[in-house]
Ligand binder design. Structure first.
Ligand SMILES: Nc1ncnc2c1ncn2[C@@H]1O[C@H](COP(=O)(O)OP(=O)(O)OP(=O)(O)O)[C@@H](O)[C@H]1O
Length: 454
């Protein structure tokens, strides 16, 4: 072997490096590509002559070669997302006289039949893992904790401190704030930090369940309770949350009839399933959330005052994003990082004018809207930095105002369209509510929305 290497070193290296079965890349100490074999070039649909001398991050999607050079640590069998699929990559630092002088990377199994088999095998494993994870989440239900609530604003930091104080007790909590401010994250965190954290966390979206199903969803039913009832009956959300926390999301949207029933359960500590002969004791902590002005609903007799006092033992008001602009930069970065990981596209930051635009914008849909904007910009950008042109129309500066070539009619129409878009977003698409916000008639809003294709 020794003499084989000695005598045929060049041919051996050539055979290995140009093997059609491996994709090989070599970078120097600065992460610049020094070599890429034909097989890898073909796989990436790139011409070899155009690659050599470029930084590896400009050539390979989601590469970590430059990081391996920096850290000097090898990475074996790492999953890497390239060209719409997961590949397995090995990255090994190259040393000379103790110093890292570069790194060699090999993609194992690209698009060959063998890889496809391997790929589906891994996909199957990932699917299995996902299934186990969701089983676990269904059992516990709360996946977020305080460290998932990203902020630097004193307002939110104070709320996080308050979570630590109230979580251990059993007091009911009412989370208030506009849609998309993070109320659900707070609900999860309170459960996670409570003594019930090993018990279930069950969420009920009060706005999403049709009124006639609400009772059986909340309290369950016995076998034979009505035609179409499942054999063995079905436990309700209260029973499922026994020993844990029940999160009543959007409680302000709950019909008054159901409010009365919930109040009874909370007062008596027992639930009666539909068709059951006797009630069953339950032990749940209630966390409720709403973006509705409950006091106004009480005055209009749409919300029970006695239920309000029951659930409103400790109240949290989560401020809208526009009232904590100091969070915008941090949140945008964190969301970019999270979403690029999920999407599998290399986008590293935002241009400074984008940050400024984010600071100025009023975010009617709060953090959820920011998340959507970041996600769509990642898809739309063709560079590694998100630029103003990658942002949706509603965030674009009003370039048409005072711009030659736009008649007054056009300016007015564009402004009107933008105002309606924003109101609809704020009202979660509810046209009646949007009309109220704009102080125009319902039919006028319908006509205008139709005119502008909204
Ligand atoms: N401080 C935060 N840090 C990180 N992500 C956040 C933060 N606040 C909200 N989010 C994210 O924004 C989205 C909306 O949050 P969440 O569902 O908790 O809001 P919500 O107030 O419960 O909304 P709704 O009232 O519409 O149900 C989620 O994807 C959540 O992960």
């Amino acid at each position: 072997m020794h003499s084989l290497l000695e005598n045929h070193r060049h041919d051996l290296f050539n055979t290995f490096f140009e093997s059609r079965n491996f994709c090989i890349v070599i970078v120097d100490h600065e992460g610049v590509v020094s070599f890429m074999n034909e097989s890898y070039c073909e796989f990436l649909h790139l011409e070899r002559a155009r690659i050599i001398g470029k930084h590896v991050t400009d050539v390979i999607e989601n590469t970590r070669m430059h990081l391996v050079v920096e850290s000097g640590k090898e990475e074996i069998a790492d999953l890497q997302f390239i060209r719409g699929s997961y590949m397995i990559a090995n990255r090994i630092p190259l040393r000379s006289e103790g110093k890292v002088i570069g790194a060699i990377g090999m993609v194992l199994f690209r698009d060959t039949e063998e890889w496809m088999k391997m790929n589906s095998h891994i996909k199957e494993l990932l699917a299995e893992l996902k299934a186990y994870r969701s089983q676990l989440e269904q059992k516990n239900g709360a996946v977020y904790s305080l460290h998932h609530i990203i902020s630097r604003s004193p307002l939110v930091e104070q709320l996080k401190d308050k979570v630590k104080k109230v979580a251990p007790g059993d007091a009911s909590v009412l989370l208030r704030g506009e849609s998309g401010t993070g109320k659900e994250l707070f609900a999860h965190s309170i459960h996670q930090l409570s003594e019930r954290s090993t018990g279930p966390f069950v969420k009920v979206n009060c706005a999403a369940i049709p009124e006639h199903l609400l009772e059986s969803e909340l309290f369950g039913y016995q076998e034979g309770a009505f035609t179409g009832a499942k054999r063995g009956g079905k436990p309700g959300k209260f029973q499922l949350a026994d020993g844990g926390t029940l999160f009543l999301d959007e409680i302000g949207d709950m019909p008054v009839n159901a409010q009365v029933k919930i109040l009874r359960v909370l007062q008596e500590g027992e639930v009666e399933a539909v068709g059951a002969v006797k009630p069953r004791k339950i032990d749940v902590r209630i966390i409720a959330s709403t973006h509705q002005p409950l006091e106004e609903l009480i005055a209009a007799q749409k919300f029970r005052e006695d239920l309000f006092y029951r659930i409103n033992v400790v109240q949290f008001h989560i401020p809208p994003l526009r009232e904590r602009v100091e969070d915008v930069r941090l949140l945008s970065k964190a969301l970019l990082h999270k979403l690029t990981g999920q999407i599998g596209k290399r986008v590293t930051d935002f241009h400074e004018d984008v940050y400024e635009c984010f600071r100025q914008y009023h975010w009617p849909g709060n953090v959820r809207e920011l998340e959507n904007v970041v996600e769509s910009s990642i898809h739309l950008t063709s560079g590694e930095m998100i630029a103003m042109e990658d942002l949706p129309e509603r965030l674009q500066p009003h370039s048409y105002i005072g711009n030659e070539g736009f008649s007054l009619k056009e300016v007015l129409e564009r402004t009107e369209k933008q105002a309606i878009e924003r109101a609809l977003l704020k009202a979660d698409g509810d046209k009646v509510e949007a009309a109220g916000l704009l102080q125009i008639g319902k039919s006028s809003l319908y006509d205008k929305a139709k005119k502008y294709g909204l």
